[in-house]
Ligand binder design. Structure first.
Ligand SMILES: *Cc1c(COP(=O)(O)O)cnc(C)c1O
Length: 392
């Protein structure tokens, strides 16, 4: 019993009534399939895009580093938690991203949520005026959270609409303060890409710092899986928990940027350093990822195959050009029903509903991973097409 249990229960039943209550549903993984409530399904809901969470080299190095160096880092990075291993992995990450330096965080959420206030504080300290933050409307919750924690009001531009961004930059041109453009290179709900060279040109014209979240591009897109922003962003961040198959996150950029964050990002300063096992997995992922060109080509080819099937049946996949393929359904309930029926048919997908996406654009999010065979893609496409026709 806790003092607030009656309040908790009331809040949960409001969710229940609104049809938005969530529950945690355990899964197990067996022979490349996911099993939930006794049902075996093909997993097209998770973000292990290259299958590295199962890769022998990552498992081995994670286990080896845990055995050799222990299970915990024992302190925060600035106290006595920095091991040679952290610097080794950061140096390797910087080389992978083609940047001068890199700095690791415990998670992507933690990185965004604590970097944003650190950068916004820079504007106040250096100019006396708040940071002007121009952000894509569809940015990840952690970026919004960081802005809220910084107490800045975001200047939001319509998703991937660089004309809108340019007009907002012009509109604020006379305002004091530093300015920053914040966006993702691949959007998690739409699977579309930002035009990074055009963003760089706009940022240069406006004197704005360019902050790119590469959570879904890292490992999958760009030369050798390096992402889409190499050499073009002032700050690139990404997570090691998606295509890199592990946990943790990185920021890559200049050495002064990384040093500044080590001194000013609360989530870095006041959190214990990543443990050896996690570092081992990241280190091994960085060895493996550059060699996976064939897997990347195959993955993107299968996404294209799936989109073509869905388009031929009159379905919309929005502007997806990546391994993330949304199927627009419209009403929330219909999306939920299609997702449930897909589970019966042996596919675990996820229905994404408002408020995560705009009203009337509820969708299935199909996240493909390397190694899916033509036959599996065809069965998935046929099931989606049949069920969206059946369920009015
Ligand atoms: C998943 C995700 C994050 C958070 O990364 P974690 O390491 O899972 O905390 C941040 N940004 C975007 C765009 C994401 O999709």
């Amino acid at each position: 019993m806790s003092l607030f249990d009656n309040h908790f229960t009331a809040a949960l039943s409001e969710r229940e009534t609104a049809g938005t209550r969530r529950t945690l549903r355990p899964v197990v993984r067996q022979d490349g399939m996911i099993v939930r409530d006794g049902r075996r399904m093909l997993d097209v809901s998770s973000n292990d895009y290259l299958g590295l969470a199962d890769h022998p080299l990552l498992r081995e190095r994670a286990a080896d580093w845990a055995l050799r160096f222990g299970t915990g880092a024992r302190a925060s990075r600035l106290v006595s938690g920095t091991l040679d291993l952290h610097r080794q992995v950061e140096t390797k990450m910087a080389a992978f991203k083609g940047c001068e330096d890199a700095i690791l965080f415990a998670s992507g959420w933690q990185a965004n949520a604590s970097i944003m206030p650190a950068l916004c504080a820079l504007s106040v300290a250096r100019t006396g005026a708040p940071m002007l933050v121009f952000s894509d409307r569809l940015n990840h919750a952690s970026l919004h959270h960081g802005c809220a924690a910084a107490g800045v009001r975001q200047i939001r531009f319509r998703h991937n609409d660089l004309f809108h961004l340019e007009s907002l930059l012009n509109h604020e041109a006379e305002k004091p303060g530093l300015r920053m453009i914040v966006t993702e290179s691949v959007f998690s709900m739409d699977g579309d890409r930002a035009d990074i060279p055009a963003l760089r040109a706009l940022a240069d014209r406006a004197g704005a710092f360019l902050y790119i979240d590469e959570a879904h591009a890292t490992g999958v897109l760009g030369p050798k899986g390096r992402g889409l922003s190499c050499g073009m962003a002032d700050l690139t961040m990404g997570t090691c928990s998606k295509a890199l198959g592990g946990m943790g996150a990185y920021v890559a950029g200049s050495k002064p940027l990384c040093d500044y964050l080590a001194n000013h990002a609360s989530g870095f300063i006041y959190s214990t350093a990543l443990p050896p096992a996690v570092l081992g997995a990241i280190d091994a992922a960085l060895d493996v990822v550059p060699s996976l060109d064939e897997e990347r080509t195959q993955l993107l080819g299968q996404a294209e195959r799936l989109r073509t099937m869905l388009h031929n049946a009159g379905l919309s996949t929005a502007d997806s050009t990546t391994q993330i393929v949304p199927v627009l359904i419209g009403e929330s309930e219909r999306a939920m029903t299609v997702a449930a029926r897909l589970e019966d048919a042996g596919f675990l997908t996820v229905a994404i509903r408002p408020p995560t996406v705009p009203a009337g654009t509820a969708r299935l999010r199909l996240a493909l991973h390397a190694g899916l065979k033509d036959a599996a893609i065809d069965r998935l496409g046929q099931a989606v097409i049949a069920l969206t026709r059946d369920i009015a």
